[in-house]
Design a protein around this ligand. Structure first.
Ligand code: NAD
Length: 390
């Protein structure tokens, strides 16, 4: 069980780029980072609007002279300080991730970046080489994958409790973009423009969460080929999609089906996963994150609850709240941030042995998400053809 005791030598000096007052995801980062005393927020370039960003940073408790107008000023000013920032989180629109990550790594800072990590696999591989050369960590905030029941699912698959995996069924949908974008806010504007979002809308925005979680639960399954059908129900969003279906063939013969949509009107289900094996199935949704449905063929269905002693050690070890209380998204983000802090601490100590076995969403997880997107777009652009996964 995680109880907030420090697991690294000292708190990391942490800064944020983006995630300002109007940003959707910024608070999730702070919820995750500031929970266990592993990070101390010392600076930020929180907002495109410098004055608003400064005011916001001061309200978060950051010194006014360490609330910067932009990331370049942050890097230059913090470099000049003995107690300068060591790690920054990037919670800005997609098109800025690569440029800011590169500049931060070149300045010797560890980076925690939002998904989808960059626009291309080539950019991801370049950044991986740069991070390696500099001895720095790049973490990626697939924030849902720190939940204890996600790791319960992974442990059950590993133990063979499902048998051979046959079907992977995943859905992340909502209806918030069912109407047109007239008068839409900034977060919708940049998400629906290929220049600022990249080659996809919902596939990158929410589909990458599904894909990474499936990699955590099913690390041995590799996609052999996929078919992606995508559509913009609101035509002004084309060539980007507000709805997509992806079929996948895995190397063990399993079949996958993934549905992402932001025009599923009225739906508040968020994300749902069903993994079907030859003996049993498991199903989990983050709208009821405390419960994992476990269905063994020929037996009564079971509902497993987080934190209960009958769960696998891998799940109990990362539980925070205990069985009688809800454990949700904020707790999951805290685990992700904790694991990334432990990776940074190990990197700083030169403990490569620890890093070899330590599980956290890092540069490879970010790269694989972008690789999956590239394959989806290749298939969709070929008229929803089956394409070999590369
Ligand atoms: P948003 O438009 O709501 O907020 C962006 C924030 O960044 C704003 O505060 C804006 O002022 C600031 N900003 C923009 N450009 C900047 C720059 N160059 N320098 C400094 N600040 C800048 O966007 P959002 O929905 O919060 O998404 C941000 C990123 O987070 C995206 O990559 C998105 O895909 C990702 N995201 C991830 C999750 C998750 O669960 N991991 C959830 C939502 C969003």
């Amino acid at each position: 069980m995680i109880n907030g005791e420090r697991t690294i030598r000292r708190p990391l000096r942490w800064g944020m780029i983006g995630g300002g007052r109007t940003g959707q995801v910024g608070y999730k980062h702070r919820t995750g980072a500031l929970r266990d005393g592993t990070y101390r927020l010392v600076c930020g370039a929180f907002d495109l609007d410098a004055a608003r960003g400064r005011d916001f940073g001061v309200n978060l408790g950051v010194d006014a002279d360490r609330c910067y107008a932009d990331y370049k000023e942050l890097i230059a000013s913090e470099k000049a300080r003995e107690d300068g920032v060591e790690v920054v989180s990037i919670a800005t629109p997609n098109f800025t991730h690569y440029e800011i990550t590169k500049a931060c790594l070149e300045a010797g800072l560890h980076v925690i970046c939002e998904k989808p990590l960059f626009f291309t696999v080539a950019e991801c591989e370049e950044i991986e080489r740069l991070a390696e050369k500099k001895g720095l960590i790049v973490g990626v905030t697939y924030g849902f994958t720190g939940h204890p029941l996600v790791h319960q699912m992974a442990a059950m698959v590993k133990k063979g409790m499902l048998g051979e995996i046959r079907i992977v069924d995943m859905q992340y949908t909502h209806g918030f973009n069912s109407g047109d974008d007239v008068g839409a806010g900034e977060a919708v504007k940049w998400r629906t423009n290929p220049k600022t979002a990249g080659a996809t809308f919902v596939l990158g925005d929410i589909g990458t969460h599904l894909y990474y979680l499936s990699e955590v639960v099913l690390p041995d399954l590799k996609i052999e080929k996929l078919l992606c059908d995508r559509k913009a129900f609101i035509p002004t969003r084309a060539p980007l999609e507000d709805h997509a279906t992806v079929l996948m063939h895995y190397d063990n013969g399993a079949r996958g089906r993934l549905w992402v949509s932001s025009v599923n009107a009225g739906n508040m289900g968020s994300q749902r996963y069903r993994f079907v094996g030859s003996k049993a199935s498991i199903e989990w949704s983050d709208s009821h994150p405390d419960q994992l449905i476990y269905e063994v063929q020929g037996e009564p269905n079971r509902t497993l609850h987080h934190g209960m002693p009958y769960l696998e050690e891998e799940s109990l070890a990362i539980d925070r709240m205990g069985a009688l209380h809800t454990e949700g998204l904020g707790d999951s983000w805290s685990n992700i941030y904790l694991w990334i802090a432990q990776a940074i601490d190990a990197k700083n100590r030169g403990d490569e042995a620890f890093l070899k076995t330590h599980q956290y969403p890092g540069i490879k997880a970010g790269t694989e998400g972008v690789r999956w997107l590239e394959n989806c777009v290749r298939s969709a652009d070929a008229g929803s053809a089956w394409v070999d996964f590369k």
